[in-house]
Design a protein around this ligand. Structure first.
Ligand code: ZN
Length: 311
């Protein structure tokens, strides 16, 4: 039994227009929509899950699209960057693709010896494509426009911005089993050896930065991956012992979850690998139907009517 935290499970962010979000992530970035469901607390809002073929933990980016939501602001107490890994020599492809699709990007740069290209999605969410030092051998989802040579492989890292990183670093090292890998100026790179990929958390310390505002184009929470429910509950005890408040176990249909706010202000989730996304549709069908949790099946007609059309 692997009782460690196995890197990032998924990242959840907030979008505005659902169709724009769907088009950007499936067509421009070339991810697979692995689940189309609704916000369990607000069933007239979509919940999209994008990932690889089966939605492997470490590849899953999810969105709540709320039409007309005000834009958020990046700042302290937030996840401020999402990093994907991409193959060597693919950045030219992405530069051209961003040019062709009017995506706002910065010119490629380098940190910790790795080349990266940063850009923003239609709502201003900041994403980086990083060419990792050690090749990423995960099999990507590919499309006609984004093939094997260029496709994203899943998460490389997340960045959290803090006024003071100490308390967050302590959760990463003392509870989650991460260790400090490198430091460059005010960026501290933490890594777990429990997994080969989606293993990095960067903490950036900016004492004067004002707190960000979580709304359109910002990350709502980041989920870390555990193998099963027994391990999930083992971590629940550890968090409680740190004196932090944490939820009870929640059934999210595709995984089981706990949520707590880490001392640096970011909402953390712990999520299980089981049961995964191929529970209410086959791997081939993933993302094709609107999937509702059982409590909303009786009002499916209503919900389908109220959700924005994607095509
Ligand atoms: Zn989540």
């Amino acid at each position: 039994m692997n009782d460690t935290i196995k890197g990032i499970h998924h990242i959840t962010a907030i979008a505005g227009n659902a169709k724009k979000n769907y088009d950007f992530y499936t067509r421009v970035l070339g991810l697979r929509l692995v689940k189309k469901t609704v916000n369990f607390d607000d069933p007239h809002t979509y919940h999209f899950y994008y990932g690889d073929k089966v939605g492997t933990p470490g590849t899953i980016l999810t969105f709540f699209p709320w039409e007309g939501i005000t834009p958020g602001r990046r700042g302290a107490r937030q996840v401020t960057e999402i990093g994907y890994s991409v193959p060597e020599n693919s950045l030219d492809f992405w530069l051209k693709r961003f040019e062709d699709n009017h995506v706002t990007y910065n010119k490629p740069s380098e940190k910790f010896g790795e080349q990266y290209l940063s850009f923003v999605d239609p709502d201003g969410l900041k994403i980086e494509l990083t060419v990792p030092e050690n090749p990423d051998n995960r099999a990507p989802w590919t499309t006609k426009e984004v093939g094997l040579a260029n496709a994203t492989r899943g998460f490389h890292h997340i960045t959290i911005t803090s006024n003071k990183i100490e308390a967050t670093a302590k959760i990463l090292t003392d509870v989650f089993g991460y260790k400090l890998l490198a430091q460059y100026v005010n960026r501290y790179r933490f890594i777990t050896n429990a997994v080969d990929q989606a293993a990095i958390v960067d903490l950036v310390e900016v004492p004067s930065e004002i707190a960000g505002h979580v709304a359109g184009g910002s990350v709502h929470h980041v989920a870390f991956r555990v193998e099963n429910e027994a391990i999930l509950m083992h971590y629940r005890d550890k968090i409680v012992n740190m004196g932090l408040t944490i939820t009870e176990k929640i059934d999210r249909n595709y995984f089981y979850s706990l949520y707590f706010r880490e001392p640096g202000g970011v909402l953390f989730e712990l999520a299980t690998e089981n049961p995964g996304f191929a529970t209410d549709e086959t791997v081939e069908q993933l993302g094709s139907g609107l999937k509702l949790p059982s409590q909303y099946e009786s009002i499916r007609g209503d919900i389908e009517q109220s959700l924005p059309k994607l095509n």
